[in-house]
Ligand binder design. Structure first.
Ligand code: HEM
Length: 190
């Protein structure tokens, strides 16, 4: 939501897409709609690229000495995977620090553990067990918030002046919580 309010042209685009699939609020959002919302899916991928909720995944330990790209990782070394940095690697991503969901429209890259440039849920045998639930929940909640409400920044803050700094920890979050004003769009809340 913070990136969308910071780049409001994306809200216009995703709302257009939602309008095409759901009409003017007469259709209820269903899980099956997610596959018909490519721009929404691109927004979620772009958000997980720039702001992975677990920026170092989950710490792992090497069972044996192993060589990776010429480096020795000794037995019992603790391994942290910096997916935050991987998402901003300029040898992989064009203009890596910009929020540009379009980059995923023409790309097959997904976060389900097959494309190692984007692994916010990890990869391999110990990939996130809640990936499917997380995938559905994020798209469903985000689409509902965007379709049912318009969102305004309080105190006439300009989108470009928003504080986008992050706070590191086991999980990554905004350093200062996002403050927004919801405005109901369809007046059909029951
Ligand atoms: C945006 C949502 C989520 C993200 C980004 C996320 C991310 C992750 C990551 C990075 C790992 C470690 C994978 C690795 O080290 O390779 C993990 C593990 C795990 N996650 Fe999630 N997760 C999310 C949602 C969920 C949900 C909704 C559940 C359960 C309902 C869940 C359950 C688990 C479990 C049980 C593990 C441990 C898997 C194992 O070690 O075998 N996660 N998650």
């Amino acid at each position: 939501m913070a990136e969308l309010l910071h780049n409001p042209n994306n809200i216009v685009k995703v709302r257009e897409e939602l309008g095409q699939v759901l009409g003017n609020g007469e259709q209820k959002l269903e899980e099956s709609h997610i596959s018909k919302l490519p721009f929404l899916r691109a927004i979620v991928k772009e958000t997980l690229r720039l702001h992975p909720p677990a920026p170092f995944l989950v710490p792992r330990r090497a069972e044996n000495d192993v060589e990776v790209c010429g480096y020795l990782v000794p037995k019992n070394a603790q391994i942290l995977t910096n997916v935050w940095a991987m998402g901003r690697d300029s040898s992989v991503w064009k203009i890596p620090n910009e929020f540009m969901p379009e980059r995923f429209l023409e790309s097959e890259i997904d976060f389900k553990g097959q494309d190692f440039e984007l692994i916010p849920f990890g990869a391999g045998r110990r990939i996130c067990a809640g990936l499917s639930l997380g995938f559905r929940s994020i798209h469903f909640v985000l689409a509902s918030l965007l379709f049912e409400y318009d969102w305004k920044l309080p105190n006439k803050v300009n989108p470009e002046d928003m504080d986008m700094s992050e706070k590191y920890g086991i999980t990554l979050h905004k350093a200062h919580p996002l403050q927004v004003i919801p405005i109901s769009m369809h007046n059909n809340i029951k």
